[in-house]
Design a binder for this molecule. Structure first.
Ligand code: 4AD
Ligand code: MG
Length: 447
């Protein structure tokens, strides 16, 4: 057989005869013509089968049998198609294939996901097949572009990849959302974030980052929560909290630009407003202290278009508050220096105000809400130990983490970005469940 090309490579072969391995996503036509919508993961495009060409090439009988087979091909049948690539102004892709031969690899019958509308539950039950659809393919391409842009950013900024463990003996964020497992007779947990280990890495290697799956046994049923998601944590010594936000801003801009550069057709498929994405890259992000955010929320709580509850200084934000702030400025917004009471034990207090900590959540615009949580870390051994006790964490679980403050403690900051939150935002989709190949949520672990 001829060497195969992919559909994405088709534009380089106009006028040539090529062979492609693909699936028949859809089919239409009548009489002597059949139009096959082919997909191979790289793109979709149309192949046209004209019966007289088959009769001429294979003879009356054999040609008619072959054409008949194509006419009856079921959705998602796999095929090798050989044909000549033609430019086609009318199609979105810009090319089509004039089919000369087609071999069925495996016929498919009664494919469950048809072009009609299916409910979300049905699609989620068929996630293993749903991933083949145009929209799902586009979202995964956005995800992929974000992953590559992330690696590019860290390499270009002097970071070392430092893989943190997934099985851990202590919590990184809180003790309520941990998945527990049995580790040879001892309790162990699935990691909520690699951060604490990255802090050890930062003291060994300088700028470090990790990127891997993390787990939260949260019973949250929202469009923003997964129980298993991919987190990119970074940690760096000798930067201030302000400089840390500068770094995060540069990172998020690089991620958005990476998708614009490398997955534009996917953004088009998703009908994402790319002018907005370009604006986020070009405009400085907003930074607003937590207490100003509360003032702002209070000032607007009786507006016609608000539907959040009253918040007091010292309260945590609920999703509706986050959504409102994230719509208010029209650009990604850091909410800075939250109350210590509902943030993690490792955050360093604001000098002169021990009720607030040096942290920031980055809220994506358009109502998408938090995509990054970051902070400056407590560097003092005694203060950190006091926090461990105050949070009622087991001191012996954190002895190694406390050691980092014993032997050459230095100022350091870090942050964690939730990949699926970023995919949801950049893709412009409604719900996080489509941002990961196989979502794990409160009531879903299959497929
Ligand atoms: O804000 P979080 O909990 O911060 C940390 O875990 C820090 N240890 C990170 C660090 O400083 N290295 O989580 C970080 C990000 C959030 O901003 C959000 O994007 C995402 O992880 N995230 C979730 N994504 C999907 N489903 C969930 N249940 C998530 N919880 C957090
Ligand atoms: Mg957070």
């Amino acid at each position: 057989m001829e060497k195969l090309i992919t559909i994405a490579q088709v534009p380089e072969h106009v006028g040539e005869s090529v062979t492609i391995g693909a699936w028949v996503a859809d089919k239409s036509g009548k009489g002597k013509l059949q139009f096959l919508q082919l997909r191979d993961g790289t793109a979709f495009f149309q192949a046209v089968v004209f019966k007289p060409n088959f009769l001429e090439k294979f003879g009356e009988d054999a040609g008619a049998v072959k054409f008949d087979e194509i006419k009856h091909l079921g959705q998602e049948s796999s095929v090798y198609v050989t044909g000549t690539v033609k430019s086609d102004e009318r199609s979105k892709f810009g090319y089509e294939l004039d089919v000369e031969d087609l071999t069925v690899i495996s016929a498919s019958e009664d494919y469950p996901i048809t072009p009609k509308d299916h409910g979300t539950d049905f699609l989620m039950d068929h996630r293993h097949l749903w991933l083949r659809s145009r929209r799902q393919q586009a979202i995964q391409q956005v995800r992929n572009a974000l992953i590559y842009a992330s690696y590019d950013f860290f390499r270009d900024n002097g970071f070392v990849k430092f893989d943190s463990p997934i099985l851990v003996g202590n919590s990184a964020e809180n003790t309520t959302d941990l998945f527990e497992t049995d580790y040879f007779g001892q309790p162990a947990f699935l990691s909520q974030s690699g951060q604490l280990y990255l802090e050890a890495g930062a003291m060994a290697l300088g700028r470090v980052y990790d990127f891997g799956p993390v787990f939260r046994a949260e019973k949250s049923k929202t469009r923003r929560h997964l129980t298993e998601f991919w987190m990119m944590d970074a940690e760096y010594p000798f930067l201030s909290h302000e400089e840390s936000m500068d770094l995060q801003e540069a990172y998020v801009k690089t991620l958005i630009q990476g998708v614009l550069d490398n997955a534009r057709p996917a953004l088009e498929m998703l009908e994402r407003d790319t002018a907005l994405l370009e604006k986020y890259v070009a405009t400085p992000f907003k930074r607003i202290p937590y207490d100003e955010a509360i003032d702002l929320l209070q000032a607007h709580e009786n507006d016609d278009d608000t539907d959040y509850e009253h918040v007091e200084h010292g309260d945590d934000f609920g999703s509706p508050h986050e959504t409102w702030i994230s719509k208010h400025y029209g650009v990604p917004t850091f909410v800075v220096n939250y109350p210590a009471s509902f943030k993690a034990f490792y955050m360093k207090p604001v000098p002169d105000d021990s009720t607030r900590v040096l942290c920031a959540d980055l809220l994506a615009p358009e109502g998408y809400g938090e995509i990054i949580g970051g902070s400056e870390r407590e560097t003092d051994y005694d203060k950190l130990l006091a926090k461990v006790k105050e949070w009622q964490l087991k001191e012996e679980d954190y002895d190694w983490y406390l050691d980092l403050r014993k032997y050459g403690s230095v100022p350091h900051c870090g942050f964690g970005l939730g990949l699926e939150r970023m995919v949801t935002f950049v893709s412009g989709i409604e719900h996080i469940r489509e941002a990961i190949p196989f979502p794990r949520m409160l009531h879903r672990i299959k497929p």
